[in-house]
Design a protein around this ligand. Structure first.
Ligand SMILES: *Cc1c(COP(=O)(O)O)cnc(C)c1O
Length: 388
């Protein structure tokens, strides 16, 4: 039995997987079971932010494995304290809660927002506005928060208390922002929704209206955060800092980790016994996270992400099959004239390039450490496919 048959016999069929078995990787190059190599334009799904097995990251993680791999959260570890301090310093937030995924980070944010409002105003102010076409995770609560009907199926009943507003529609936002609302939750750039950025005006309105009514802002930066858009937080590109920001995906360089960051206004809302996670803030994940932060907290490296993103965008726009490129930094989505993104991703695999899709677009989330030469190499493969 080959690996794929063995796998499919025993793993639930929740993903439409490609016929590719990856065995190892080094920086921006992955190698499959047969020794074939691939340039990485996807970094997992934006998780391997420093590429495959980056040397500093490997040393940090392996050192931690040998020191202490886990303790219960009833004890303290220095590595978690260091990671929390670094995260708060680079983002300007007061405190963090650690989970293990984006969905968990968002669950924490939702619980925090509801309790903030309950503590201050009592019952009835529990609704959270999210945006149409958003994506917030796969748990029942974060699926309920996700503003896409295709996800609201099979698993009834969903969690109550989410109101969906059309992205970039200020009138819709104003109409729905009533006395029952405790928070507005949004992605600055909708990732799974097709790499769709919010407009500056709409973001300005969210912050303006929420500030007036003591409604919390929750930025889901699970995909956009940790340097992906050329700033540490995508919010920095819009000139705003949400009361709460959530991070995951690239935060620990490929080890499961989620973070919910809160500013001073709501940093102590979740008190003893109100929330928890057995593995949250795991020392190995924190060690990996420290290596990621040491790299991307450096503004020089953030600027390079922005410049490489600009370069990648320009190169993409030179391809006639590509009609437009959306996104920021190294989070880009290319719309195609005639070809299907899924077909293009499959063809790219054959030619040794790992790509992603996002709805009808080809999505690019390369490692933040990618070089110009590697961008050129990947672009030339893509060009061959698109101009055929
Ligand atoms: C991927 C993603 C999530 C879910 O993260 P998981 O780690 O899969 O739970 C939530 N929000 C956004 C914006 C994402 O891109």
């Amino acid at each position: 039995m080959n690996t794929i048959e063995q796998f499919n016999k025993h793993v639930m069929p929740t993903y439409g997987r490609y016929d590719l078995v990856l065995e190892k990787g080094e920086n921006r190059t992955a190698t499959d079971e047969n020794g074939k190599q691939y340039i990485d334009f996807g970094s997992g799904i934006g998780t391997n932010s420093l590429g495959f097995c980056n040397e500093n990251w490997v040393n940090a993680v392996c050192g931690q494995v040998k020191a202490i791999q886990h303790t219960s959260n009833y004890y303290y570890t220095k590595v978690q304290a260091d990671f929390a301090e670094k995260l708060c310093n680079v983002t300007g937030y007061s405190k963090v809660f650690f989970g293990n995924s984006g969905a968990e980070a968002n669950e924490c944010a939702i619980k925090l927002a509801r309790k903030y409002s309950f503590d201050k105003y009592g019952k009835g102010r529990h609704n959270i506005i999210t945006l149409v076409n958003s994506f917030h995770g796969r748990t029942l609560c974060t699926l309920s928060a996700t503003g896409q009907d295709v996800f609201h199926n099979y698993f009834f009943p969903f969690v109550e208390g989410f109101i969906y507003v059309n992205a970039n529609d200020v009138d819709d936002l104003k109409a729905k922002l009533d006395d029952t609302v405790c928070a507005v939750m949004f992605e600055y750039i909708q990732g799974e929704g097709g790499v769709v950025p919010l407009s500056q005006d709409f973001v300005d309105e969210i912050f303006d209206l929420c500030a007036k009514k003591d409604i919390l802002t929750i930025a889901d930066e699970v995909q956009t955060g940790v340097g992906r858009t050329g700033k540490f937080l995508a919010g920095d590109n819009f000139g705003h800092k949400a009361d709460i920001s959530t991070l995951a995906k690239g935060i620990a360089g490929g080890i499961p980790m989620g973070a919910c960051l809160a500013d001073e206004k709501c940093a102590d809302v979740l008190g003893k016994g109100t929330h928890g996670s057995t593995f949250g803030g795991n020392p190995i994940a924190c060690a990996g996270g420290n290596a990621v932060l040491d790299f991307i907290s450096d503004e020089k490296n953030q600027k390079e992400v922005a410049e490489k993103g600009k370069y990648l965008r320009e190169k993409l726009l030179e391809i006639s099959e590509i009609t437009s490129v959306d996104g920021m930094g190294l989070m880009l989505g290319a719309a195609l004239k005639t070809k299907s993104a899924a077909d293009v991703v499959k063809a790219a695999l054959d030619k040794g390039l790992l790509l992603l899709t996002a709805k009808e677009k080809v999505r690019f989330l390369p490692p933040l450490t990618i070089t110009y030469e590697e961008i050129d190499k990947g672009i030339s493969i893509l060009k061959d496919i698109l101009e055929k």
